[in-house]
Design a protein around this ligand. Structure first.
Ligand code: UFG
Length: 334
């Protein structure tokens, strides 16, 4: 198949492109390179050559409907995987319109192009941020359980989910998978790709920078949460496992109309546990201090992943140790 991937120059998008190339799909990447990298495109182009499949790249912003539709007219793709989005939760609180524009309006543009050019397979990157701070009785979070986004980021993604479902409802041929990602982390196991995002705020990235001496110390954002060690709990999923869920989603759409699926390990780790693992794999007891809570952090976000396992046959392969090891290898490389 020929698949159009928006945001393919970014962290998760690039890992998915690599797996699509492994499966001999031709790829069309649309990315405005606002947070993605030309060097990632170059790496993927070289990789595509070794797999003897085609990869084309268009530097296009999804707000530019004309240019976007020109890509659809030229490339005649069979499906779309839509990653391109703004993803910084705190920024979304400060600048909500950026998020509703870049995430929600631009998804509408993309859907319009799909309908116009008869592209009827759509896979969408949603997020665990749609759940918000769930009461313990709703954890692990289920797809049909309550959703209460705490930020414009989460809300913009939830709007998209609804829009995609409404489009599918009135267009009998249109099929979709919405994947709610939990905390995507790690780097490709073969060392080819990883997270290069500038000024990352994520726990694992900061722990990496600290253990490699790029920072003198790191901080735990609050130890007074209602969890066994007082720190927040998250469901960390290796980016290659997350990528394989997209491959499964494409096959799933051959026989199914669509659905919403959690993508996580159904297993939570506290901030302290993650830092301890990073200390262990890097063999370095780096300096950690405690600071106050970070605004807007839910206490615990853990997936129930039984739906994606039972309906798609997805099976994650990795764990927190491999997450930390691959992320460390990548950080050393860059
Ligand atoms: N944390 C620290 N110290 C740091 C960095 C993070 O204690 O230096 C803590 C955070 O306060 C939080 C936990 O580590 O309690 C995880 O924080 P991350 O920033 O790594 O990840 P989040 O759970 O906040 O958010 C991520 C993505 C979102 C996505 C969400 C899904 O950034 O886009 O996962 O669960 F929506």
């Amino acid at each position: 198949m020929k698949i159009l991937v928006t945001g393919g120059a970014g962290y998760i998008g690039s890992h998915v492109v690599k797996q699509l190339l492994d499966k001999k799909n031709d790829i069309v990447i649309v990315d405005n390179l606002s947070t993605g990298f030309q060097k990632t495109i170059n790496t993927l182009k070289k990789y595509a050559l070794t797999k003897k499949v085609k990869l084309s790249f268009y530097k296009v912003d999804l707000s530019d409907s004309k240019k976007l539709e020109a890509v659809f007219a030229k490339e005649k793709v069979a499906g779309v995987i839509h990653f391109a989005a703004s993803i910084v939760v705190s920024e979304s609180v400060r600048d909500p319109l950026k998020y509703y524009e870049n995430n929600t309006s631009n998804t509408i543009n993309l859907l319009k192009a799909c309908l116009k050019y008869n592209v009827n397979k759509f896979i969408f990157s949603s997020t665990a941020a749609v759940y918000g701070d769930l009461e313990p009785r709703y954890l692990p979070a289920k797809e049909d359980g309550p959703v209460h986004p705490m930020s414009p980021y989460g809300q913009s993604k939830l709007f998209n989910e609804k829009i995609i479902q409404d489009v599918a409802f009135v267009n009998p041929k249109f099929k979709y998978v919405i994947l709610r990602y939990f905390n995507a982390v790690g780097a490709s196991v073969d060392g080819l790709l990883g997270q290069s995002t500038a000024n990352a705020t994520h726990l694992i990235k900061i722990a990496l920078e600290t253990t490699l001496g790029k920072r003198k110390k790191m901080f735990i954002n609050g130890t007074d949460y209602n969890t066994p060690d007082g720190t927040c709990i998250r469901d960390y999923i290796h980016v290659d496992d997350l990528a394989s869920a997209h491959i499964k989603s494409l096959s799933y759409l051959n026989k199914n109309k669509g659905g919403v699926f959690n993508c996580g390990y159904s297993k939570g780790f506290s901030v302290r546990e993650v830092i301890d693992m990073m200390k262990k794999v890097s063999d370095n007891d780096f300096k950690v201090e405690i600071t106050k809570r970070r605004e807007g952090d839910p206490t615990a976000v853990v997936s129930n992943n039984t739906k994606i396992i039972s309906e798609m046959g997805w099976q994650p392969k990795y764990d927190l140790k491999i997450i930390c090891e691959t992320a460390l290898a990548w950080e050393r490389k860059i």
